[in-house]
Design a protein. Structure first.
Length: 160
């Protein structure tokens, strides 16, 4: 992973976002991290709608870290929608949730999550997790999400 790649962090907790930004800095993440506070914003970002139309400023992410329990549109709804979008079908989605419930883990994977991480209880553990994630991302190869002639669907009624 390099500095030109983007991680999209979607989490409604301002405290969790601040902790994650701190952990990313401490882990020496090279890519940019874009943060959004709910599922509606995540879908608009991925579609390139509204304030997110400028792809130079809001590039398609290489990886999305997705909280599950958010207002309006949940992480489960975002997962469902993303996996129906031809341009986004290869987007790596890592669920990053406080829930360790087996039902949530199974549902997330059934809906197309690539990984499921439970938010750790300490800053030190979060930094260690981000270091592991950074190393994993460094060795992976990710396909580009832009395909000529294909667009992300703008019909939000497909959210289930």
């Amino acid at each position: 992973m390099n500095e030109k790649q983007t991680i999209l962090l979607v989490d409604d907790s301002e405290d969790d976002v601040l902790l994650m930004k701190h952990a990313c800095e401490a882990a020496h993440f090279k890519p940019s991290v874009q943060t959004l506070s709910n599922g509606e914003e995540a879908m608009a970002y991925l579609k390139g709608e509204g304030v997110y139309t400028n792809r130079a400023k809001f590039p398609l992410p290489t990886v999305m870290l997705l909280d599950l329990n958010m207002p309006r549109v949940s992480g489960f709804d975002v997962l469902t929608w993303v996996r129906t979008q031809p341009v986004l079908k290869r987007l790596s989605i890592i669920v990053f949730s406080a829930s360790s419930r087996l039902e949530d883990v199974e549902r997330a994977f059934d809906l197309g999550a690539n990984s499921y991480l439970v938010k750790p209880g300490s800053v030190a553990a979060l930094i260690a997790m981000m270091c592991s994630l950074r190393d994993w991302l460094e060795y992976n190869h990710f396909p580009p999400l832009h395909e000529s002639g294909k667009r992300v669907e703008t019909n939000s009624s497909s959210v289930g």
